[in-house]
Design a protein around this ligand. Sequence first.
Ligand code: CP
Length: 317
Amino acid sequence: MKTFTNVKDLGNLKAAVSEAFVVKQHRYDYKYLGENRTLLMVFFNSSLRTRLSTQKAGMNLGMNTIVLDINQGAWKLETERGVIMDGDKTEHLLEAIPVMGCYADIIAVRSFARFENKEFDYSETILNQFIQYSEKPVISMEAATGHPLQAFADLITIEEYKKTQRPKVVLTWAPHPKALPQAVPNSFADFMNEADVNFVITHPEGYELDEKFIRGAHVEYDQDKALQGADFVYAKNWAAYTDPNYGKVLRKDMSWTISKKKMALTNNAFFMHCLPVRRNMIVTDDVIESPQSIVIPEAANREISAQVVLKRILEAL
Ligand code: CP
């Protein structure tokens, strides 16, 4: 494995999940793989889980880890070509990336959608520059259009908790005060479409996602109908994708908040969210605190998804 940006990079998904279960039981058995290897984690945006879990995964594998927060202590970086750099940006990403590549064996990058230019975001300009110019394997720690480490952890969690062979998994939009990227729902759909699940997406009209990720999955605009019989409810907010509303918040309809009443429609479903979550916007206190909420084990599995990906890359170096 040389890059990790989407589900296809894992190859056989069942094999990847099986490997995750083995890694989870024996996470310190592979320390020899990372000896004298350096993981550089580059953050253009904030993080709690991704930062800690990916660093922990690297340490489990015996790697040295370096964390660079671009907006705290690094030079401000220009990311677009052709710009006359007479403003506050001191360095261009096209010099910074190969320099970072000199100090690392693997580079992990977090760079969210900016919602300034859909083409710039959806062509994964920043992530692809790292892939092209670093000459090192690159992992997405949530880029403009995808968050595959999260989706892989989500799938591992579903496989751990499922009670039927082919559970019903519902991805539901929920309200939020700010415009959030589509990366998490895109990757979740990307993974669920490859998994052995009955996958349904529900959102208000206007919040349709990119067909590249949805790939014909069942979209049900009536949330109550979608939730009926669900075994897993995966809540997430995202801003509009479709033109002319790209990056906009179209509505904050609180009737879409996941509440006890909504969960009562399901098959005693487990509640999932990638976190961080806005309580009583996305989900009510009583649901997220209920025994059916598996948001903490889900977050714990971020260490495992990152470790499987790093392990595979180290094995291929
Ligand atoms: N779920 C997730 O990626 O969390 P952080 O943004 O805190 O890393």
